[in-house]
Design a protein around this ligand. Structure first.
Ligand SMILES: [Zn+2]
Length: 314
């Protein structure tokens, strides 16, 4: 048996990730939703050493190995400070910090990623699975990420991720290395497969904005951040435009965030695309974005699309 001194916190959080459970670490403990009783706010605390846990809801207590037994996860040799069982090879790659799989040319893929279980920011589990969401544990920041492949015309052209827990020590969104952010839109294949005879598309800033609109039946693509519409120095039209043309899009509604960067991007995209498409922008109220705007505001936008372009479909 191979033994290895592994940081207990890291190990426990990785193991929880396998069961689709999100651990929230503080100074001493990792808080989780108790697997022994039903709850919506975490009341089970596991000591980072794994030597003890206590649930303030159902009053169960014990150590990490009791939880591991129940969830069929890997136990810890609590005396020897080593792992009893050798972690499976997939997880070994994480503990040795090889975060990337370069099997696809130049594209960094977060491994190991597991199918997403559960909701996220109001999006349903079914929708998130359908759009290819994965749960990925990032050892360098001890953070859980929800990650998506960028699939465009049946090719994976990169990966992007978002923090699962608000206030995580990491950027809210992350475009993984190897992704040409100025050439891609998200989620192209999902939109092509779910909206037929599309003539109008809504362009938004971030992945969540696009997913929220899509889950409300509105065809939308995100530009992966205002800075990524095109490279700053380029006078040529954005390299994202060929994707829209290949999709048969005729009309574009720019629907960026209601802030300075969003308004600037609306104008830039308008100027850039008006040679190829009918384009309009529909500004959001100050401080609002398509991800958090009230449904009434979004309905106004849909009404505008009907009037301006005769709707979304041919
Ligand atoms: Zn409990």
């Amino acid at each position: 048996m191979r033994t290895q001194a592994i940081d207990r916190t890291l190990f426990i959080m990785q193991e929880l990730g396998k069961a689709g459970i999100i651990g929230r670490p503080d100074e001493e403990n990792i808080a989780i939703l108790c697997p022994f009783h039903s709850e919506t706010a975490p009341s089970l605390y596991i000591h980072k050493s794994g030597t003890a846990y206590h649930c303030f809801g159902c009053k169960k207590s014990g150590n990490w190995n009791d939880i591991a037994e129940f969830l069929k996860l890997t136990k810890i040799d609590l005396k020897n400070k080593t792992i009893i069982d050798e972690p499976d090879s997939e997880y070994m790659t994480v503990t040795t910090c090889q975060l990337v799989d370069r099997s696809i040319k130049n594209i960094v893929k977060p491994v190991p990623a597991r199918a997403w279980k559960g909701n996220w920011r109001g999006l349903s589990q079914n929708f998130l699975l359908d759009i290819n969401s994965f749960l990925w544990f990032e050892p360098s920041t001890l953070g859980y990420r929800i990650v998506w492949p960028i699939n465009t015309f049946k090719k994976t052209r990169g990966w992007l991720g978002a923090s699962v827990i608000k206030g995580d020590i990491s950027p809210k969104y992350r475009n993984f290395k190897g992704l040409s952010s100025t050439k891609e839109l998200f989620p192209v294949d999902y939109v092509c497969n779910h909206f037929k005879n599309l003539k109008t598309i809504v362009l938004v800033e971030g992945p969540f904005d696009a997913m929220r609109l899509i889950s409300n039946g509105i065809p939308a693509l995100c530009i992966l951040g205002t800075a990524n519409w095109k490279s700053e120095k380029s006078y040529k039209p954005s390299k994202k435009i060929p994707i829209l043309l290949a999709m048969g899009i005729e009309n574009i509604l720019c629907y960026m965030d209601g802030d300075d960067a969003g308004r600037e991007a609306n104008e830039l995209i308008f100027m850039d695309t008006s040679k190829f498409f009918n384009v309009a922008f529909f500004p959001l109220p100050e401080g609002k974005d398509p991800g958090d705007a009230d449904i009434e505001i979004i309905q106004d936008m849909v009404y505008f699309v009907d009037v301006k372009f005769g709707g979304f479909f041919r």
